[in-house]
Design a protein around this ligand. Structure first.
Ligand SMILES: Nc1ncnc2c1ncn2[C@@H]1O[C@H](COP(=O)(O)OP(=O)(O)O)[C@@H](O)[C@H]1O
Ligand SMILES: [Mg+2]
Length: 356
Protein backbone atom coordinates (compact mmCIF):
# COMPACT_ATOMS: atom_id res chain seq x y z
CA UNK A 1 0.00 0.00 0.00
CA UNK A 2 1.31 3.43 -0.91
CA UNK A 3 1.25 6.06 1.76
CA UNK A 4 0.81 9.52 0.33
CA UNK A 5 2.31 12.69 1.76
CA UNK A 6 -1.18 13.63 2.87
CA UNK A 7 -1.51 10.36 4.78
CA UNK A 8 1.89 10.95 6.35
CA UNK A 9 1.01 14.47 7.36
CA UNK A 10 -2.23 13.20 8.82
CA UNK A 11 -0.40 10.58 10.91
CA UNK A 12 2.13 13.12 12.15
CA UNK A 13 -0.69 15.46 13.02
CA UNK A 14 -2.44 12.78 15.13
CA UNK A 15 0.83 11.99 16.90
CA UNK A 16 1.54 15.68 17.44
CA UNK A 17 -1.95 16.36 18.80
CA UNK A 18 -2.37 13.27 20.97
CA UNK A 19 1.01 12.81 22.56
CA UNK A 20 0.98 13.60 26.30
CA UNK A 21 4.29 15.45 26.34
CA UNK A 22 4.72 19.03 25.12
CA UNK A 23 6.11 19.36 21.59
CA UNK A 24 6.99 22.58 19.75
CA UNK A 25 8.00 23.02 16.13
CA UNK A 26 10.53 25.72 15.28
CA UNK A 27 12.24 27.19 12.27
CA UNK A 28 15.09 29.65 11.99
CA UNK A 29 14.16 32.97 10.47
CA UNK A 30 16.77 35.69 10.07
CA UNK A 31 18.98 33.94 12.64
CA UNK A 32 16.20 33.79 15.23
CA UNK A 33 14.20 30.83 16.41
CA UNK A 34 10.54 31.19 15.48
CA UNK A 35 7.58 29.15 16.76
CA UNK A 36 5.82 27.32 13.96
CA UNK A 37 3.45 25.20 15.97
CA UNK A 38 2.88 23.74 19.44
CA UNK A 39 0.73 20.77 20.47
CA UNK A 40 -2.09 20.79 23.07
CA UNK A 41 0.20 19.29 25.71
CA UNK A 42 2.60 22.23 25.19
CA UNK A 43 -0.28 24.67 25.58
CA UNK A 44 -1.38 22.95 28.79
CA UNK A 45 2.05 22.58 30.43
CA UNK A 46 3.60 25.86 29.29
CA UNK A 47 0.37 27.81 29.77
CA UNK A 48 0.40 29.49 26.36
CA UNK A 49 -1.92 29.11 23.39
CA UNK A 50 -0.95 27.98 19.93
CA UNK A 51 -2.45 31.12 18.29
CA UNK A 52 -0.58 33.34 20.71
CA UNK A 53 2.89 31.90 20.06
CA UNK A 54 2.82 30.88 16.38
CA UNK A 55 5.03 33.27 14.39
CA UNK A 56 6.70 34.73 17.49
CA UNK A 57 10.39 34.31 18.23
CA UNK A 58 11.58 32.16 21.14
CA UNK A 59 12.84 35.29 22.94
CA UNK A 60 9.47 36.96 22.57
CA UNK A 61 7.64 34.02 24.14
CA UNK A 62 10.26 33.17 26.77
CA UNK A 63 12.36 36.28 27.45
CA UNK A 64 13.74 34.94 30.76
CA UNK A 65 14.43 31.36 29.76
CA UNK A 66 17.80 29.68 30.14
CA UNK A 67 20.05 29.78 27.02
CA UNK A 68 20.24 25.97 26.86
CA UNK A 69 16.73 25.60 25.39
CA UNK A 70 17.59 27.76 22.38
CA UNK A 71 21.05 26.24 22.04
CA UNK A 72 19.66 22.74 21.67
CA UNK A 73 17.44 23.92 18.78
CA UNK A 74 20.19 25.80 16.94
CA UNK A 75 22.65 22.93 17.37
CA UNK A 76 20.08 20.41 16.19
CA UNK A 77 19.46 22.43 13.04
CA UNK A 78 23.13 23.31 12.45
CA UNK A 79 24.26 19.68 12.77
CA UNK A 80 21.08 18.18 11.37
CA UNK A 81 20.91 15.56 14.13
CA UNK A 82 19.05 14.80 17.32
CA UNK A 83 20.33 16.73 20.32
CA UNK A 84 19.22 16.79 23.91
CA UNK A 85 19.68 18.86 27.01
CA UNK A 86 18.42 18.77 30.57
CA UNK A 87 18.10 21.36 33.29
CA UNK A 88 15.96 23.66 35.43
CA UNK A 89 13.35 25.71 33.65
CA UNK A 90 12.43 28.92 35.45
CA UNK A 91 9.42 29.43 33.19
CA UNK A 92 7.76 26.15 34.15
CA UNK A 93 9.34 25.79 37.57
CA UNK A 94 10.34 22.25 36.70
CA UNK A 95 13.28 20.14 35.64
CA UNK A 96 12.99 19.45 31.92
CA UNK A 97 14.71 17.28 29.38
CA UNK A 98 14.43 18.56 25.80
CA UNK A 99 15.02 16.28 22.83
CA UNK A 100 15.33 18.21 19.58
CA UNK A 101 15.21 16.41 16.26
CA UNK A 102 15.48 17.85 12.78
CA UNK A 103 12.44 17.81 10.52
CA UNK A 104 13.32 18.67 6.94
CA UNK A 105 13.22 21.16 5.50
CA UNK A 106 14.91 23.37 8.09
CA UNK A 107 12.66 22.78 11.04
CA UNK A 108 13.24 21.31 14.48
CA UNK A 109 10.69 19.56 16.67
CA UNK A 110 11.43 19.61 20.37
CA UNK A 111 9.75 17.32 22.85
CA UNK A 112 9.93 18.42 26.50
CA UNK A 113 9.95 15.66 29.10
CA UNK A 114 9.23 16.54 32.69
CA UNK A 115 12.04 15.06 34.79
CA UNK A 116 11.17 16.86 38.04
CA UNK A 117 10.18 13.70 39.92
CA UNK A 118 13.22 11.86 38.66
CA UNK A 119 15.45 14.73 39.73
CA UNK A 120 13.80 14.88 43.16
CA UNK A 121 14.19 11.15 43.75
CA UNK A 122 17.77 11.36 42.50
CA UNK A 123 18.48 14.18 44.96
CA UNK A 124 16.80 12.25 47.77
CA UNK A 125 18.92 9.21 46.91
CA UNK A 126 22.12 11.26 46.93
CA UNK A 127 21.16 12.79 50.26
CA UNK A 128 20.55 9.32 51.72
CA UNK A 129 23.90 8.22 50.31
CA UNK A 130 25.68 11.14 52.01
CA UNK A 131 23.88 10.37 55.27
CA UNK A 132 24.93 6.72 55.05
CA UNK A 133 28.54 7.71 54.41
CA UNK A 134 28.46 10.02 57.42
CA UNK A 135 26.89 7.27 59.49
CA UNK A 136 29.59 4.79 58.47
CA UNK A 137 32.33 7.26 59.40
CA UNK A 138 30.65 8.15 62.68
CA UNK A 139 30.29 4.47 63.51
CA UNK A 140 34.03 3.94 63.09
CA UNK A 141 34.84 6.95 65.22
CA UNK A 142 32.34 5.96 67.90
CA UNK A 143 33.60 2.38 67.80
CA UNK A 144 37.14 3.65 68.31
CA UNK A 145 36.05 5.82 71.25
CA UNK A 146 34.17 2.91 72.81
CA UNK A 147 37.15 0.60 72.31
CA UNK A 148 39.39 3.19 73.94
CA UNK A 149 37.01 3.56 76.90
CA UNK A 150 36.79 -0.22 77.43
CA UNK A 151 40.57 -0.55 77.05
CA UNK A 152 41.23 2.14 79.62
CA UNK A 153 38.74 0.58 82.06
CA UNK A 154 40.43 -2.79 81.62
CA UNK A 155 43.77 -1.14 82.20
CA UNK A 156 42.87 1.14 85.11
CA UNK A 157 40.32 -0.98 86.96
CA UNK A 158 40.70 -4.66 86.12
CA UNK A 159 44.46 -4.44 85.55
CA UNK A 160 44.99 -2.59 88.84
CA UNK A 161 42.95 -5.13 90.84
CA UNK A 162 44.77 -8.04 89.22
CA UNK A 163 48.15 -6.60 90.16
CA UNK A 164 46.88 -6.15 93.74
CA UNK A 165 45.71 -9.72 93.73
CA UNK A 166 49.10 -10.96 92.55
CA UNK A 167 50.92 -8.90 95.17
CA UNK A 168 48.81 -10.48 97.92
CA UNK A 169 49.41 -13.97 96.56
CA UNK A 170 53.15 -13.27 96.43
CA UNK A 171 53.17 -12.08 100.02
CA UNK A 172 51.28 -15.22 101.16
CA UNK A 173 53.73 -17.31 99.19
CA UNK A 174 56.70 -15.72 100.91
CA UNK A 175 55.09 -15.87 104.38
CA UNK A 176 56.31 -19.36 104.99
CA UNK A 177 53.21 -21.48 104.33
CA UNK A 178 54.05 -24.99 103.43
CA UNK A 179 52.92 -28.08 101.62
CA UNK A 180 49.68 -28.34 99.68
CA UNK A 181 48.67 -24.70 100.32
CA UNK A 182 51.96 -23.38 99.01
CA UNK A 183 51.54 -25.37 95.77
CA UNK A 184 47.98 -24.03 95.40
CA UNK A 185 49.12 -20.45 95.99
CA UNK A 186 51.85 -20.83 93.41
CA UNK A 187 49.33 -22.25 90.96
CA UNK A 188 47.07 -19.22 91.60
CA UNK A 189 50.07 -16.91 91.04
CA UNK A 190 50.77 -18.50 87.65
CA UNK A 191 47.11 -18.21 86.64
CA UNK A 192 46.98 -14.57 87.75
CA UNK A 193 50.13 -13.76 85.78
CA UNK A 194 48.49 -15.35 82.75
CA UNK A 195 45.31 -13.31 83.24
CA UNK A 196 47.39 -10.12 83.54
CA UNK A 197 49.17 -10.94 80.27
CA UNK A 198 45.83 -11.77 78.58
CA UNK A 199 44.35 -8.53 79.86
CA UNK A 200 47.30 -6.59 78.42
CA UNK A 201 46.98 -8.13 74.98
CA UNK A 202 43.21 -7.63 75.08
CA UNK A 203 43.77 -3.94 75.84
CA UNK A 204 46.21 -3.77 72.98
CA UNK A 205 43.85 -5.45 70.52
CA UNK A 206 40.97 -3.26 71.58
CA UNK A 207 42.77 0.01 71.15
CA UNK A 208 46.47 0.19 70.41
CA UNK A 209 47.63 3.09 72.56
CA UNK A 210 50.26 4.01 69.98
CA UNK A 211 47.78 5.78 67.65
CA UNK A 212 46.66 8.14 70.37
CA UNK A 213 50.04 8.51 72.01
CA UNK A 214 52.57 8.43 69.17
CA UNK A 215 50.53 9.22 66.05
CA UNK A 216 49.67 7.69 62.71
CA UNK A 217 53.11 6.70 61.39
CA UNK A 218 54.20 4.61 64.42
CA UNK A 219 50.68 3.14 64.59
CA UNK A 220 50.89 2.04 60.95
CA UNK A 221 54.34 0.61 61.60
CA UNK A 222 52.98 -1.46 64.45
CA UNK A 223 50.02 -2.55 62.30
CA UNK A 224 52.36 -3.72 59.53
CA UNK A 225 54.50 -5.55 62.09
CA UNK A 226 51.42 -7.36 63.44
CA UNK A 227 49.76 -8.15 60.10
CA UNK A 228 52.50 -8.41 57.46
CA UNK A 229 55.50 -9.81 59.34
CA UNK A 230 53.71 -12.97 60.60
CA UNK A 231 52.54 -13.57 57.00
CA UNK A 232 56.14 -13.46 55.77
CA UNK A 233 55.63 -10.26 53.76
CA UNK A 234 58.52 -7.76 53.58
CA UNK A 235 57.36 -4.26 54.18
CA UNK A 236 58.56 -0.69 54.40
CA UNK A 237 57.09 2.64 55.36
CA UNK A 238 57.93 5.62 53.20
CA UNK A 239 57.07 9.12 54.36
CA UNK A 240 56.93 12.03 51.98
CA UNK A 241 56.13 15.69 52.45
CA UNK A 242 56.58 17.96 55.40
CA UNK A 243 56.49 16.13 58.78
CA UNK A 244 54.87 19.25 60.27
CA UNK A 245 51.86 18.49 58.13
CA UNK A 246 51.41 15.09 59.74
CA UNK A 247 49.19 16.51 62.38
CA UNK A 248 45.60 15.70 61.57
CA UNK A 249 42.25 15.55 63.33
CA UNK A 250 41.70 12.50 65.52
CA UNK A 251 38.79 11.30 63.38
CA UNK A 252 40.94 11.46 60.26
CA UNK A 253 43.71 9.41 61.88
CA UNK A 254 41.24 6.86 63.21
CA UNK A 255 39.57 6.37 59.82
CA UNK A 256 42.91 6.17 57.99
CA UNK A 257 44.29 3.75 60.56
CA UNK A 258 41.27 1.44 60.51
CA UNK A 259 41.11 1.60 56.70
CA UNK A 260 44.84 0.87 56.37
CA UNK A 261 44.22 -2.21 58.48
CA UNK A 262 41.66 -3.42 55.93
CA UNK A 263 44.10 -2.77 53.05
CA UNK A 264 46.95 -4.62 54.77
CA UNK A 265 44.70 -7.59 55.56
CA UNK A 266 43.55 -7.56 51.91
CA UNK A 267 47.15 -7.57 50.73
CA UNK A 268 47.84 -10.68 52.83
CA UNK A 269 44.50 -12.36 52.08
CA UNK A 270 44.12 -11.68 48.36
CA UNK A 271 47.33 -10.52 46.70
CA UNK A 272 49.94 -13.18 47.43
CA UNK A 273 52.45 -10.29 47.52
CA UNK A 274 55.97 -10.66 48.86
CA UNK A 275 56.51 -6.90 49.26
CA UNK A 276 54.26 -4.17 50.59
CA UNK A 277 55.00 -0.47 50.85
CA UNK A 278 53.01 1.92 52.96
CA UNK A 279 53.48 5.42 51.65
CA UNK A 280 52.44 8.32 53.86
CA UNK A 281 52.34 11.61 52.05
CA UNK A 282 51.51 14.84 53.82
CA UNK A 283 50.51 18.02 52.11
CA UNK A 284 49.27 21.23 53.74
CA UNK A 285 45.63 20.30 53.17
CA UNK A 286 45.70 16.59 52.54
CA UNK A 287 46.95 13.43 54.19
CA UNK A 288 47.48 10.45 51.91
CA UNK A 289 48.16 6.86 52.89
CA UNK A 290 48.84 4.44 50.05
CA UNK A 291 49.31 0.69 50.30
CA UNK A 292 51.20 -0.78 47.38
CA UNK A 293 51.81 -4.48 46.84
CA UNK A 294 53.58 -6.58 44.21
CA UNK A 295 50.88 -9.25 44.22
CA UNK A 296 48.50 -10.59 41.63
CA UNK A 297 46.50 -7.39 41.33
CA UNK A 298 42.83 -7.21 40.46
CA UNK A 299 40.49 -5.76 37.90
CA UNK A 300 38.97 -2.42 38.75
CA UNK A 301 35.51 -2.22 37.24
CA UNK A 302 34.38 0.53 34.91
CA UNK A 303 31.65 1.56 37.30
CA UNK A 304 31.30 5.26 37.97
CA UNK A 305 33.16 5.18 41.25
CA UNK A 306 35.82 2.73 40.08
CA UNK A 307 34.83 0.29 42.76
CA UNK A 308 36.69 -2.96 42.88
CA UNK A 309 35.43 -6.13 41.33
CA UNK A 310 33.54 -8.46 43.63
CA UNK A 311 31.02 -7.96 46.35
CA UNK A 312 33.38 -7.49 49.26
CA UNK A 313 32.37 -5.07 51.95
CA UNK A 314 35.88 -4.02 52.98
CA UNK A 315 36.83 -1.68 50.13
CA UNK A 316 33.27 -0.41 49.90
CA UNK A 317 33.27 0.62 53.52
CA UNK A 318 36.77 2.17 53.27
CA UNK A 319 35.57 4.25 50.31
CA UNK A 320 32.33 5.36 51.98
CA UNK A 321 34.01 6.30 55.25
CA UNK A 322 36.63 8.36 53.44
CA UNK A 323 34.01 10.09 51.34
CA UNK A 324 32.16 11.11 54.47
CA UNK A 325 35.27 13.04 55.53
CA UNK A 326 35.65 14.60 52.10
CA UNK A 327 38.33 12.12 51.08
CA UNK A 328 38.55 9.30 48.57
CA UNK A 329 39.95 5.89 47.78
CA UNK A 330 41.66 5.38 44.44
CA UNK A 331 42.65 1.97 43.18
CA UNK A 332 45.34 1.52 40.59
CA UNK A 333 45.68 -2.12 39.68
CA UNK A 334 45.83 -4.51 36.79
CA UNK A 335 45.82 -8.29 36.95
CA UNK A 336 49.36 -9.59 37.59
CA UNK A 337 50.79 -6.11 38.07
CA UNK A 338 50.27 -5.56 41.78
CA UNK A 339 47.92 -3.07 43.34
CA UNK A 340 48.17 0.43 44.73
CA UNK A 341 45.32 1.64 46.92
CA UNK A 342 45.52 5.32 47.71
CA UNK A 343 43.48 6.82 50.52
CA UNK A 344 43.42 10.57 50.81
CA UNK A 345 41.61 12.73 53.29
CA UNK A 346 41.62 16.41 54.33
CA UNK A 347 43.82 16.75 57.42
CA UNK A 348 41.40 19.02 59.22
CA UNK A 349 37.67 18.56 59.13
CA UNK A 350 35.37 21.51 58.79
CA UNK A 351 34.07 22.76 62.10
CA UNK A 352 31.25 20.59 63.42
CA UNK A 353 31.66 17.90 60.77
CA UNK A 354 32.55 15.25 63.31
CA UNK A 355 33.00 15.82 66.98
CA UNK A 356 36.24 14.30 68.14
N1 LIG B 1 45.63 -6.03 47.35
C1 LIG B 1 44.81 -6.79 46.61
N2 LIG B 1 45.30 -7.62 45.65
C2 LIG B 1 44.48 -8.38 44.90
N3 LIG B 1 43.13 -8.36 45.01
C3 LIG B 1 42.58 -7.55 45.93
C4 LIG B 1 43.38 -6.72 46.77
N4 LIG B 1 42.54 -6.01 47.57
C5 LIG B 1 41.31 -6.39 47.24
N5 LIG B 1 41.30 -7.31 46.27
C6 LIG B 1 40.14 -7.90 45.58
O1 LIG B 1 39.03 -7.07 45.83
C7 LIG B 1 37.97 -7.79 46.44
C8 LIG B 1 37.21 -6.92 47.39
O2 LIG B 1 37.96 -6.67 48.58
P1 LIG B 1 37.15 -6.31 49.90
O3 LIG B 1 36.14 -5.30 49.54
O4 LIG B 1 38.13 -5.96 50.97
O5 LIG B 1 36.36 -7.64 50.27
P2 LIG B 1 36.86 -9.01 50.92
O6 LIG B 1 38.25 -8.79 51.47
O7 LIG B 1 35.85 -9.28 51.99
O8 LIG B 1 36.83 -10.01 49.80
C9 LIG B 1 38.65 -9.00 47.06
O9 LIG B 1 37.77 -10.09 47.19
C10 LIG B 1 39.78 -9.27 46.10
O10 LIG B 1 39.32 -10.04 45.02
MG1 LIG C 1 38.82 -7.18 52.64
Amino acid sequence: MNISDDDNNFSYRILFERVFDPIALYRIDGGRIVFEDVNPAYERVMKVSRDEVTGLTFDEVWPDSEPRWQQVITECLAQNRTMHCIGESVDTDSYLEAVAFPIPPGRAAVIFLDRTRLKKSDEALRKRQRQLQALAAKLTITEEATRRAIASDLHDRVGYELVNHLTILRSINSSGIAGEFRAKIQELMTITERIIAENRSLIFELSPPVLKEAGLTPALEELAENILTPAGVHWQIITKGNPDDLEADDSVCVILYRSARELLINAVKHSGASEVSIIINTKPELLTVAVEDNGKGFGVSDSEDGSAEGNGFGLFSVRERLRALGGELRIVSEPNKGAMLIMSCPRKLKYGEFTQ
